[in-house]
Each structure stands twice: as structure tokens, then as C-alpha cells.
Design a protein around this ligand. Sequence first.
Ligand code: GDP
Ligand code: ZN
Length: 435
Amino acid sequence: MTSISKLEPRRAFLRKIRDPETGEVIDNGLCLWFPGPHSFTGEDSVEFHVHGGPAILTKLMQALSRLQVHPALPGEFTRRAFYNNKLDLTEVEGLADLIEAETEYQRKQALLQADGILRKLYNSWRKVLSESVASIEAYIDFGEEDNIESDVVQNAHQALGQLMRELKEHLADGRRGEILRNGVRTVIIGEPNVGKSSLLNHLVQRNAAIVTPIAGTTRDVIELTANISGYPVLIADTAGITEDIRDIVEAEGVRRAKSHAENADFVVVMVDALKCATSGMTWKDYIREYLSLLGIQELMATIGRERFIVIANKKDLLKEEEKRHFDDAETVLVSCRTEDGFQDLLRSLTDRFSNICGNPSAECPTISQARHRNHLDQCFRHLHKYFELCAHEQHDMAIAAEEIHKAMRELGRITGHVSTDEILDIIFKNFCIGK
Ligand code: GDP
Ligand code: ZN
């Protein structure tokens, strides 16, 4: 009988697995030995691959429990990996996102994060902060009389200024990483009977690799997830949104359409093509009037073209010459009945979503969570405060330098260098058992 720790590390061996007390064979299975620190958790680990029947598992668990082994809690492996410095918090969160990823671009972003793209970035910033504050404090301790401020402090200020510029750029990302992680919140608005429900059904049925009703956590709604060319799109299916906005001219309908549009990442404005073509108005005039009827003409003028699309539906009802009415780059003419125009629609939607979410890449790390953004905002504010304090005539360098320490702590909260049990509990409780 060999002890598993005598096996060559990280290789699978087919062995008889025996009860350590009685010597009875439990099963024939694969055994792997991962001595720490070269394991996922950093601790000594073993893996048994056995035939999955309940009797085998019960017997194996009984044998293991005599060795003071207990079944892993949700996220326990990852939590141990975190405590043993194998992963920082951004990597832990990346791993959780990777497991949850439903679309191709979500997978890409999560994998980059799990592989340490944010850890490297934020650690490099923490290093700049710690080196700068060390120089500044050395100056406070030794240099103030000798007037060496010019060099050491100026270099530190240059580094801090550069860091602030990088932070600012990182924060001004249009929230694309967060939108990609959470899904593009989309609303379809338009007059009754233009075809909103038909479009919704098409988007969800045709392009949804996964259609999951997710109970909204903050709002009491069901959200349908459509996977459109690898981008996750959340179409809220509340009474308020998919229900036709009846009596649209009345204040309540308008208010509702407006508030849905304002709170969305992406707005689909839907128009009845036949009604428009036979209105006697030009397309531009018709749309202007239509948007104003919905109460969103100002909003549409300000949100940027990648944030909305105008779809003219019921193309099948148009005569050939009427179709020319819609020769406009901003509009897609479709028929939900015949699916005519859906290729174009898909291309236009993909184009818009790639603008909103970006394409995750190693060169350009993006913020993926509001939690990170909050700490980065705070970090920026402390640095700003530092320079403000330094600008005062009679400033106390030691008090100002405290702001740099605070900025550092904010970055530490993102990576987990500074953490509280509450934060860790929130992050790890969402993990599945066995990870
Ligand atoms: P909503 O009120 O905006 O949600 O519109 P619906 O999706 O419920 O559609 C209203 C009516 O228009 C239904 O009778 C649909 O069958 C019809 N409809 C939807 N799309 C088309 C289309 O492309 N062509 C034609 N001819 N009828 C359509
Ligand atoms: Zn409807």
C-alpha cells in the first residue's frame, strides 16, 4: 500500500483506493498528488477520481472523515487560495465571473481578470504610491532643513501626477467592462402595435444561446438574456416595458417611456414603417415627431448614436418605392413577420454593442465592477486632496502624505491587501461548492 504523498506530483496514477484503517479496497480510481505550494490553494492537495456511485462516495467520505477531512464549503478552495496569496481579490472575482460567464465576450473579460490583468495594474499603481510616499516621508524626516525638496519630492510629484492621469483615463471608460459583465440593459420603446413584442421574441429566441429568467435583485422584474454575437443583452420584461404604452400621449405613458430610456444602456426605438411611409411626412420629420411623442427627443439627441437604434418594422407591408423612404444610415428596415432585414439588424446591433462593451484585451484593462470603481474614485480623490494640501503656503507635509496612504489603502481594498470579513464573505458566498 503506497501513501499518496509518495506518488510523483501532478501525475495521474490508477490505483486501488483503500480504507486507511481496515485496508479494504473502496474503488479503483485515479489519484493525483499536488504538494503545496504548487497547488490551486497553495496547500498540499490530493485528487481522487472514482466511479461516481453513491455507495462508493459514501464509503470514501467515511474513510476521509476519519482523517479529519471535511467537505468543502462553497468557495472554500478559492478562499484558501486567496489566504495563501495564490490569488488576489480581483482574480477571485474574475474566476467567479468566468464560471458565470454566459457569452463569449464575458468569458474573455473574466479570463483576463482571473489571469491577473487587474492585479498587475493595481499592484503597479500601489508600488508607485508606496515609493512616492517613502520619498516624501524621507524628506520630512531628514531633508526638510537641508532643502532637498527640489529633487526627491519633485520626482515623487511627477510620478503621482502621471498616476492620476492614468487613473483618470482608466475611470473614463464609459463603464464598458461593467456593462459587459452585467449585460447591456436594453429597452424597446414605441407606439402600441409597432411590433415590440415580436422583436423581443425574435431576439430572445433566435439569438439567445441561454435564455434564463433571472429574478432581478434590485427591481422586481424578470430579465431575459439574449446572447447577441457574444454580447449579453438584458431585455427587461416588466409590465411597464413590454406592455404597450397605451394612451401614449398621456403624461403617464410618456413619463414611463422616458424613464425606461433614461435608465437603459441601450434604447431600441421602434416605428411602424407603413404608418410612416403613408404619413406624408419625410422620414426625418416623422422621427422627430415620434420621439417627441414618446418624450425622448432630447435624450436621443444627447446619448450618442451607439446607444440607440431606430428600427422601422413591417417592411413586408411596403410597396417597393415606399422602401426608399428609409434610406438612412441610422435606420434599419425589417419585417418581424418575414425576417427580412434581420441580417442587417444583427450587424447594426453587434456594431452598437461592440462600441458599448468594447473588446476585452490584455492591452487595455477595464473596470468590471462598481466595487472597483468606488475604490478607484476614492483613490483619485485622495491624490487630488494631497496636491491641494501641498499647494497651501503653510502646509504640513506629514498631514498631506497621509492622503497618499489613504489612496494606497483604497487600491488595497480592490486587490484584498486590505480587506474585511464582510467583503470577503460577500465575494465568496456566491461561489459554487467545489471551487
Ligand atoms: P407591440 O404592441 O408593439 O408589442 O406589437 P406586437 O409585437 O404585439 O405586434 C402587433 C401586431 O403587429 C401583431 O398583430 C403582429 O403580428 C403584427 N406584426 C408584428 N411585426 C410585423 C411585421 O413585420 N409585419 C406585419 N405585417 N405585421 C407585424
Ligand atoms: Zn407588445
